[in-house]
Design a binder for this molecule. Structure first.
Ligand code: AKG
Length: 267
């Protein structure tokens, strides 16, 4: 793989596609998602559309109890790829997020940035959006190219439109759909085994899964680089790590966020 082109594109655009990188892991991840849906955590947050169409299942931070997720996170090439893309001495695991839009679900994932939901900061970060089903461009994650470099964080909301934090004075997300021609929207047709790698600050969203036949199962994994530190957002973020005894600026050297890959060749 030509990593230098990928690293440059990732830096400039904030989102890239990686082809075939997780081919061998799809059956393992499908098994993990089946177990999770059968036995979700207390953090499960599924949205059920008012129009009676199928739900959008979501759950977070399950890698310590779903062995297929732990296996993927600790034994696949993902941590190494994360460290290379972030240009970091190491890749520290932050959390997993499962997002299943069942066939016919009318739930749209609104445009948002992940950064303000998270209790971490740092320029070096990456999320992998890993579909387990064939994805046509109508249901793919959409990322606004370069939006991670705008120097702006927009108000985070729950996917049902409620504000995430009380008294949050940050700017609302602009009406991207109304002015879509102003933006360079990246999205791809994907096969199981492909992944989108994107920066926590990139504005992204996804359309409904109006295809009545196909599930849209996604395993997402978030990584932090060697400049990462804790941030107290003064509210329950997502994932809710409110039990952590850390202060803004603290290092993330705790077992919740283990270093999975250490690049010995970097100083
Ligand atoms: O899969 C989706 O609909 C949204 C994914 C997303 O927002 C994320 O992975 O951060």
């Amino acid at each position: 793989m030509d990593y230098s082109t990928l690293i440059n594109d990732f830096k400039q655009n904030g989102a890239i596609v990686l082809r075939g990188v997780f081919n061998d892991w799809i059956p393992n991840l499908k098994k993990g998602i089946d177990s999770l849906i059968e036995n979700p955590s207390s953090r499960e947050r599924s949205y059920k559309p008012d129009d009676g169409t199928a739900p959008f299942f979501q759950d977070l931070c399950n890698w310590k109890r779903i062995k297929e997720f732990e296996n993927f996170i600790t034994n696949s090439e993902m941590a190494k790829i994360a460290s290379v893309l972030m240009e970091s001495k190491y890749a520290r695991f932050f959390h997993d997020h499962v997002l299943v839009k069942e066939p016919g679900s009318s739930i749209v994932t609104p445009w948002h940035q992940d950064q303000p939901y998270y209790c971490v900061e740092g320029k070096k970060n990456v999320s992998f959006w890993i579909p387990l089903d064939k994805i046509d461009s109508k249901v793919c994650l959409k990322c606004i190219s370069g939006s991670h470099l705008w120097g702006k964080i927009h108000k985070p909301k729950r996917f049902n439109g409620e504000d995430l934090y009380e008294n949050d004075k940050s700017d609302e997300m602009p009406d991207i759909d109304k002015n879509i021609n102003l933006y360079d929207v990246l999205s791809w047709e994907l096969e199981p085994g492909d992944a989108i790698a994107f920066n926590f600050r990139v504005i992204h969203g996804a359309d409904a899964n109006l295809n009545n036949l196909a599930r849209r199962r996604v395993f997402s994994a978030r990584w932090i680089g060697d400049d990462g530190y804790f941030v107290d957002r003064k509210g329950k973020g997502s994932p809710p790590f409110e039990y952590l005894n850390l202060k803004t600026g603290d290092a993330l050297n705790i077992p919740d966020f283990p270093i999975i890959y250490l690049n010995d060749n970097r100083k």
